[in-house]
Design a protein around this ligand. Structure first.
Ligand code: PXL
Length: 280
């Protein structure tokens, strides 16, 4: 049976993040996607002065129409929300569609590089903490992990002891599995670490770091990992594939990384991902 995921995040027209990253990854993996956009932005917020349209009301109208349809999802992904005021509509989605068989992925998009995004206030942080409690897998980056845990942010590298402590605390928020992105084992390397109930210790995966801040790589990573899980991989295998997928996306990137804020050139790495996902 073809898998079906509901993806709740914004559409940023410029910058290859959120739905513009998630849709092609799931499509290439043969997974059906139903998007529920939270906002329209002329570009992601890494560009100055983005035009932004909040879609909270439209989300509600869409849900009203969906009520008469026989919809069910194998997974739900929650990413960028326009603010804490969207939590009611998100909770309505979960009430209707988050069944026992449906996996909930929460990527608590709130900040990066040690800083909260300007739109992220305490109410959104609390809302994200509550969503994490209900999740099967959470995927914060290092900044978001520190925000969720109320920890100070420290510039890497992360020792195995730090990782175990943080991932255990993240799991204690209530999700069954936690994946932390943007970690570094040693200078020059970057990757992600995961911990699930079946694992004694976290497992970390690293690749050579490419210079520059590449917005959207968190969304590409999440989509690749979720696609791998939906296609039957375990969390470690999915994390490994997703880390290598990002390296593959950046293989074709501008070596001077001047174009980084336009997002990673992931399009040319999709065949690599499909090959990996189809491997036995
Ligand atoms: O990639 C995360 C993200 C998603 N959506 C919007 C963003 C960002 C990161 O900056 O600005 C609108």
């Amino acid at each position: 049976m073809q898998k079906h995921i509901l993806v709740i995040q914004d559409i940023s027209f410029i910058g290859r993040c959120s739905l513009l990253a998630a849709l092609p990854v799931f499509n290439a993996a043969g997974i059906r996607v139903t998007p529920l956009p939270t906002a329209l932005l002329s570009s992601h917020t890494g560009f100055p002065q983005a035009y932004r349209r909040d879609l909270t009301q439209d989300m509600g109208f869409a849900l009203e129409q969906w009520a008469s349809m026989d919809l069910c999802f194998d997974a739900i992904h929650i990413g960028y929300l326009a603010g804490a005021h969207q939590l009611d509509v998100i909770n309505e989605v979960l009430f209707r569609y988050k069944t026992e068989e449906c996996l909930l992925f929460v990527d608590p998009v709130m900040g990066d590089w040690g800083k909260a995004y300007s739109y992220c206030d305490d109410a959104l942080l609390q809302g994200m903490q509550q969503l994490c409690q209900k999740a099967d897998v959470i995927l914060p980056n290092r900044t978001e992990a520190a925000m969720l845990l109320g920890d100070p942010y420290h510039k890497g590298p992360d020792s195995p002891k730090d990782l175990l402590r943080q991932l255990k605390l993240l799991q204690n928020l209530g999700s069954s599995s936690a994946v932390m992105t943007g970690i570094s084992g040693q200078p020059g390397y970057i990757g992600a670490a995961c911990l699930s109930p079946g694992m004694q210790a976290p497992k970390a995966f690293f690749v050579t770091q490419v210079k520059g801040a590449w917005p959207g790589t968190g969304d590409l990573f999440a989509a690749a990992l979720e696609a791998a899980l939906l296609l039957g991989r375990n969390l470690e295998q999915a994390c490994d594939i997703a880390v290598r997928f990002i390296a593959e996306c950046l293989k074709n990137a501008d070596p001077e990384h001047k174009t980084a804020r336009f997002g990673a050139p992931f399009e040319q790495a999709l065949p690599w991902l499909v090959d990996k996902l189809l491997e036995e």
